[in-house]
Design a protein around this ligand. Structure first.
Ligand SMILES: C/C=C/C(=O)SCCNC(=O)CCNC(=O)[C@H](O)C(C)(C)COP(=O)(O)OP(=O)(O)OC[C@H]1O[C@@H](n2cnc3c(N)ncnc32)[C@H](O)[C@@H]1OP(=O)(O)O
Length: 258
């Protein structure tokens, strides 16, 4: 594994920490590829959620590695951007909730990988922005599309055209961040949420994620078809029988993910 990626399994959670603090956790190609591989292989692990975070207090990720990008020609840049999109797909296909716990700078590619997660919890000291236009480029790890989908094209245009940084509270007001915490409470608050989800039916959580993501860009009619199909699949699981039985027996369900 890359010296810049740390993984730890703790209380039902897989923590992935980007740890390249001298460069404010800027991500290069090998970090991106390994991150994609790790997220793509969580299925076999006995965990309920994935938390992606940055080491240290200063940055989540201060962007794609500018040093690595500076001499690329157009075709190399295209390949680089397309490769990074594999990470977005890996996050989407992961059957578990993937939460970005953002501390400090989440800029450019860092903001993009946070947006590629299911949602973002951020500490008060987090700063989000797309400074790419200051470098003469645009976001290329999916940011133009992901931010538009999360906060609307008008917000995406305002932030991307200017390269302006926004604080966690403003990002929350725009619907980009789900929760703002004190810096020292970021991980504890994220864990509190995951503890809540851990008691729910894992197949239901995974299918809810897929249904929301798949349906989001379709017409309402097409999306409702996907929902009906996912809903019906759950009725052939033991978890559904257990969940409803437990309701009438006035006890907590014991889901097995079957
Ligand atoms: C498709 C994706 C595209 C992209 O993501 S493009 C990149 C988008 N991100 C940026 O443009 C942000 C670049 N970084 C900054 O503007 C600044 O940093 C900060 C405002 C985040 C922090 O400033 P300060 O506190 O003064 O720290 P410092 O001395 O600039 O940074 C510490 C070291 O970290 C390196 N570094 C920071 N960000 C990146 C990066 N994105 N790529 C490569 N290196 C980076 C610096 O160069 C420096 O290194 P040294 O100590 O050797 O001078």
């Amino acid at each position: 594994m890359s010296e810049y990626l740390k993984t730890e399994k703790k209380s039902n959670i897989l923590y992935i920490t980007i740890d390249r603090q001298k460069q404010l956790n800027a991500i290069n190609r090998s970090i991106m590829d390994e991150l994609t591989e790790i997220v793509g292989s969580v299925k076999g692990l006995d965990v309920k959620a994935v938390v992606l975070t940055g080491a240290g207090e200063k940055a989540f990720v201060a962007g794609g590695d500018i040093n690595e990008m500076k001499d690329k020609c157009a075709s190399e840049a295209k390949e680089f951007a397309e490769n990074s999109h594999k990470l977005i797909r890996a996050f989407r296909e992961c059957p578990l909730p993937v939460i970005a716990a953002v501390n400090g700078y989440a800029l450019g590619g860092g903001f993009e990988i946070a947006l590629a997660c299911d949602f973002i919890y951020a500490s008060k000291n987090a700063l989000f922005g797309f400074p790419e236009v200051k470098l003469g480029i645009i976001p290329g790890f999916g940011g133009t599309q992901l931010l538009s989908r999360v906060a609307g094209p008008n917000v995406a245009k305002e932030l991307i055209f200017s390269g302006r940084f926004i604080k966690a509270e403003e990002a929350a007001a725009l619907g980009i961040v789900n929760k703002v915490t004190e810096p020292e409470e970021l991980i504890a608050e994220t864990e509190k949420y995951i503890k809540e989800v851990a008691g729910r039916g894992p197949l239901a959580v995974g299918l809810a994620k897929q249904t929301i993501d798949k349906g989001f860009n379709l017409s309402l009619e097409e999306a409702l078809t996907i929902e009906a199909s996912a809903f019906s699949i759950l009725f052939s699981t033991k978890d559904q029988k257990e969940g409803m039985k437990a309701f009438f027996e006035k006890r907590d369900p014991e889901f097995k993910g079957e």
